[in-house]
Write a protein that binds this ligand. Structure first.
Ligand code: SR1
Ligand code: MG
Length: 398
């Protein structure tokens, strides 16, 4: 455990001045703490001329819980290395890393504050014409290039070892695959949703399928995942997208990243039934969200398939027929993981604004119940949903 916490604002400013390479030595700098995430501390250091950087620091515990929930600080090294690797394949889709400091357990990176957090943008029904294709490309490039489909066998195993991330994986193992399916003290359940939430605890067919998904999460070291690819980890405007917060990165099932993103678009799809505003506007946005799910998957599958054709060296995995089976299996698993994200965000420890912004608890419970039904359907029917169009048609019927 490292005692790396900045004692005061002056230390944060000194750190940025010495290590970012962005500021002049004599420039007057200011700092603000801007972190609103669950786990870390985030500072913005800025000069009068508009120059700025972000400093993200990992303390040895979960920020929203405190010292009662200790957490390895190796997560910040993992995040820095994952961010730099993502930057090799998608330089336009991640912030640039200026400096990683193991002693301070801190990363200095590009300030993307001119963009808006995707979760807020979705709740506000922002027009985001590039979002789905950007995120589809991000997943295809980062996941393909860190998988056995691309990497040399020895390099792949070295990388798996470098990204062993047990504390952060344990959070996901518990929050996605266990808490919502029992009366866990960490859960946040709207009293108006009590019956539906308790229904999950006794839903044996659902629990069986969640166990199968958990087993895959625990054992499939397919590629270096972002590991926490939800709307809060993405910043956007109409033309730009940046993915941040890779501290959950580890070698896991490719479908977990893809499914997490689909699950988050669908959380907003459920929330929009009851969020404030005109019904026609909300309905149009819900249609756009389903189109975004389709475009996200199609961009991902097209690019991933192309990379399999052009850049897979392993003669066993290069087989054209294998590509088709592989992508079909990936879609089915992604729908399953999307379902687990929908459920855990509705009743678990980490709720989302897409549902929380619905003020009336009864209206919120109606949207939450829809999120649970979509999640359950995707988990139980994932192997029978034959393609993304069939999946979207099924979601429309729920
Ligand atoms: C205690 S951490 C809760 C959630 O926040 C993170 O962003 C992950 O999504 C995690 O599951
Ligand atoms: Mg995060």
């Amino acid at each position: 455990m490292t005692d790396c916490k900045f004692a005061n604002e002056a230390q944060v400013i000194d750190f940025a001045r010495c290590h970012s390479g962005v500021f002049d030595p004599a420039e007057r700098l200011q700092v603000e703490e801007i972190g609103d995430g669950n786990i870390n501390f985030v500072y913005r250091v800025f000069a009068d001329d508009g120059n700025s950087v972000i400093i993200k620091q990992a303390l040895p515990y979960v920020r929203i819980i405190g010292e009662g929930w200790p957490l390895s600080q190796d997560r910040i090294r993992i995040e820095a290395e994952a961010l730099m690797l993502e930057g090799e394949y998608c330089p336009d889709l991640v912030p640039q890393v200026y400096h990683f400091d193991a002693e301070r357990c801190a990363i200095i990176m590009e300030d993307i504050g001119a963009l808006e957090n995707l979760r807020h943008a979705l709740v506000a029904r922002a027009e985001l014409p590039k979002l789905a294709s950007h995120l589809g490309r991000f997943c295809a490039e980062t996941l393909f290039h860190t998988s056995d489909l691309y990497l040399d066998a020895h390099r792949k195993k070295e990388m798996v070892a470098r990204f062993i991330n047990p504390d952060l994986c344990k959070i996901t193992e518990d929050l996605f695959f266990w808490d919502p399916y029992c009366d866990h003290e960490r859960n946040n359940i709207n009293p108006e949703l009590r019956d539906e939430a308790e229904g999950l605890w006794h839903d044996e067919p659902l629990k069986l399928e969640v166990a199968r998904l958990k087993q895959r999460f625990l054992t499939s070291a397919e590629a270096l995942l972002h590991g926490d690819l939800h709307s809060g980890s993405v910043f956007v405007d109409a033309g730009a997208t940046r993915v941040i917060d890779a501290e959950f990165a580890f070698f896991g099932p490719i479908a977990f990243d893809v499914g997490s993103m689909i699950g988050n678009l669908l959380l907003d799809y459920a929330g929009q039934t009851e969020l404030a505003g005109e019904a026609a506007e909300r309905d149009a946005y819900r249609d756009w969200l389903l189109d975004a799910v389709r475009e996200f998957w199609n961009t991902f599958a097209q690019r991933f398939g192309d990379l399999m054709s052009s850049s897979t060296a392993d003669p066993t995995l290069k087989l054209p027929a294998y590509r088709e089976t592989y992508l079909a299996e990936l879609l089915s698993q992604s729908l399953g993981f999307a379902g687990t994200e929908l459920i855990r965000r509705t009743v678990g420890l980490a709720p989302v604004l897409d549902l929380e912004a619905i003020e009336d608890p009864r209206a919120r419970a109606r949207a939450e119940a829809l999120a649970l039904r979509i999640g359950r359907t995707l988990i139980l029917e994932r192997d029978r949903l034959n393609g993304i169009d069939a999946a979207i048609e099924r979601i429309r019927q729920i």
